[in-house]
Design a protein around this ligand. Sequence first.
Ligand SMILES: O=C1O[C@H](COP(=O)(O)O)[C@@H](O)[C@H](O)[C@H]1O
Length: 272
Amino acid sequence: MSADPRVSIHPDSSVLLAAIAARLITKLVDTQDRYGDATIVLTGGTMGIGTLRAVAESPACRAVDWSKVNVWWGDERFVAADSPDRNVVQARAALLDQLPLDPARVHVPGDSDKFKSPDDAAADYAQQLQEAAAREHEADFSDSRPDEPGPLPRFDVLLLGVGPDAHVASLFPEMAGIRETKPTVVGVTNSPKPPPERISLTLPALKSADEVWMLVAGEDKAGAVGLALAGAGPVQVPAAGARGRNRTLWLIDADAAAQVPENLLRKEPASA
Ligand SMILES: O=C1O[C@H](COP(=O)(O)O)[C@@H](O)[C@H](O)[C@H]1O
């Protein structure tokens, strides 16, 4: 089951980033009230890193118990561990290094210093995910606990940027990664956007999240946003396939909203 998209449009990218940060902080606090901890899946790119900077700037940032936040990434560039191209390196500089995170809860995808190929790093990341899922399963004493752990832990909120070509994470239109239905993680060797080698969660793994938030600003993304929301197929338009189980939220600015289908635009209530 997955949730139909809802769209929330903000006047420009700076208002959008502040609004996303406020929502994210609230979501993490609410989730910690419910489960004791919260799990976020981060993304890279302009909006992914901009969101982290906006969280760092928010006075409400400290409302979250960061020692009980589990951190994963939806994708990573397969380059040296300290490369400025790494989503992890950018996320640490934007926010993570300022937080009292528990290092055991920060799950970093592999790099080219440690692994020979994107496929090897993808296998390691899939293993990290599976181990986290097994730990969660062991600690679950509820009546709804399944007999066996699944391949993925609980993802409470999963953030995604969208490229002008409608890629999400490192799943690019018409390429092998977006067609994967079985593995949770895939190695990418020919990304059309540099750097060419990457690892990415697959579409089924993205769709396992409780909530998926699509973060998009700028007129160069309007075509991709329009196609995704008009119901295009995920192989051609990967952003169309990314949906949360309970919520799919498109948080976008007015420029990126230029081609949103009319029926998805929120109407003002009619005046009496
Ligand atoms: O390469 C990537 O691109 C996407 C989108 O980035 P943007 O700069 O166009 O917003 C990003 O979400 C992904 O994590 C990243 O690796």
